[in-house]
Design a binder for this molecule. Sequence first.
Ligand SMILES: Cc1cc2nc3c(=O)[nH]c(=O)nc-3n(C[C@H](O)[C@H](O)[C@H](O)COP(=O)(O)OP(=O)(O)OC[C@H]3O[C@@H](n4cnc5c(N)ncnc54)[C@H](O)[C@@H]3O)c2cc1C
Length: 420
Amino acid sequence: MDPPTQKHSRVVIVGGSLAGLMCAIVLKKAGYHVQVLEQDDDQRRSHMAGIGLGPVGARFLSQYARLESVFTHTTNGVHLLKGDGSMKLLAQGRREITSWDTLYLCFPPHPADDTGGTATYSSNTKVIKIESSGASGSGLVVFAQDTTTKKEYCIPAAMIIGADGPDSVVRARYLPEVRRHYAGYVAWRGTIPENEVSADTFKMFESSVVAHTMKKQHCIVYSIPGADGSLEPGRRFLNFLWYTNESPEALEDILVDNEGRRRHNIVPATYVREEVWAARLEEARSMCLPKAVLEVMGMIRHPFIQVITDFCSPCAMFEGGKALLVGDAVSLFRPHAAMGGAQAAYHALLLEQYLCGEISLEGWHDRVTQFSYSFWLQSVWWGEFYQGTFRTALLSGLRYWLHCGRRWLAQLWARKAADV
Ligand SMILES: Cc1cc2nc3c(=O)[nH]c(=O)nc-3n(C[C@H](O)[C@H](O)[C@H](O)COP(=O)(O)OP(=O)(O)OC[C@H]3O[C@@H](n4cnc5c(N)ncnc54)[C@H](O)[C@@H]3O)c2cc1C
C-alpha cells in the first residue's frame, strides 16, 4: 500500500524532541514538506540525564545525523556495588550512553537536499487539537497557539505525526482512555562533574553502570557526556538515580516545588524544596549506602525528582494512516532499560521503510506496536524486580516471557506458511 500522502505534501509533526526530530529528518529526506511544532521555546531545558541508544539508535544516527565526533560513552556492563564497597559483575554487555542534550544537538538544521523536501521547526507553538477537514474528511487540520502572543491559527496537513510524548494531544483525540499510570515509585536524580569526586570514586564509575540494590529500592550511577558533550575523562558528568517507593500521600509533599506549586511527573532541577532533598540525604546516610554513592549524592547541587509512570497504547495509526503516533506518545517505558531513545529511532526507521514502500502501513503499525509493547512489558518487569514484591515481579516476568513465546510462535508459523 502506498503512503497516504504524495511526496511534497505537507506533514505536520507535533512535538520537536527526539522522536519528532528523527521523523522530520526521515520525511524531509523522502521529499516531504515537514513542519515541526514544538510548545517549548528554543532554549530546551534538558533534564541533564543519561539516555541509552541501543544498536537501533546508533543505526539511525549513522544513517542520518551529521556526526562530527563521537558522542556516546561506552559502558561494558552493569556491576553490582555491595555495601562493603566490593563490586560484582551483574550483566555483561556494551551499552552506548549519551545525554539528552548531546543527542538533541546531533540534529543541526540541514540545508535543503536534492529530494526537494523541506523542514521548518516552530518553537513556542502548542497544538491544541486536530480535526478532519474537507467534506469527506480527506485531510487534517492542526489548531495551534503561539505561546508568546496567544494567537491561535490552523494549519492544513496531509499527514500528522504525533511525536508529542506521553501526554500526547494527538493520542488523546483517538484514545482518550490511554493514560500514564503511577508505577508506585520515584527517582531522585542529579548529575555532578566527575572531576569533583575522589580518585577511588572516579575509578569505580568510570566504565560501567553501577547499581546498588536494597529492599525495594536501588541506586544507579554511571558517567555521561559533560555539559558541552565532552567524553574526555574528567570532563564528563556522573549521573545519579535513587529509586524509592512512595505512597500517594508522600507524593503530595514531595511534588510541591519551592514556589508552592504541585508538580505532576517531574520536579525539575532548581525547583526541589531544600528540606525535601535534605531529608533524603539524611535518610541515605542513616541507611549506610556505599561510601562512593553517598559521596556522589552529597555533591548534587540541583537534584530533580522524576515520578515513574508508564503506559502502552494498543494503536499508533488513525484516519487510515493520515495520523500516526511515534516515540513516547506510543508507549512510555519505565526507565530501567533506557530504551526511550531507541524506541524513537526504531519508529523513525520504520517510517522510512514505509515511505519507500519496503513495508505496508499495516506492517509499519504491527512492528511499531509490537516493539513498544514488548519493551514496555520488559520495562515493567525490570521495574517490579527492583521495586515491587516477589509476586508482582514474578507475574510481570511471566507476562513478558509469555508474550515473547507467543510472538516467537507466531513468527515461526508465518515462516512455515510462507514456505508452503
Ligand atoms: C527537554 C527534554 C529532556 C529530556 N531529557 C531526558 C534525559 O535526560 N534522559 C532520558 O532518558 N530522557 C529524556 N527525555 C525523554 C526522552 O526524550 C524520551 O523518552 C524519548 O527519547 C522519546 O522522545 P519523544 O520525542 O517521543 O518524547 P518527548 O521527549 O517527551 O518529547 C515530546 C515533545 O513534544 C512536545 N509537546 C508535547 N505536547 C505538545 C503540544 N500539544 N504541542 C506542541 N508540542 C508538544 C514536548 O514539549 C516535547 O518536546 C527528555 C525529554 C525532553 C522533552
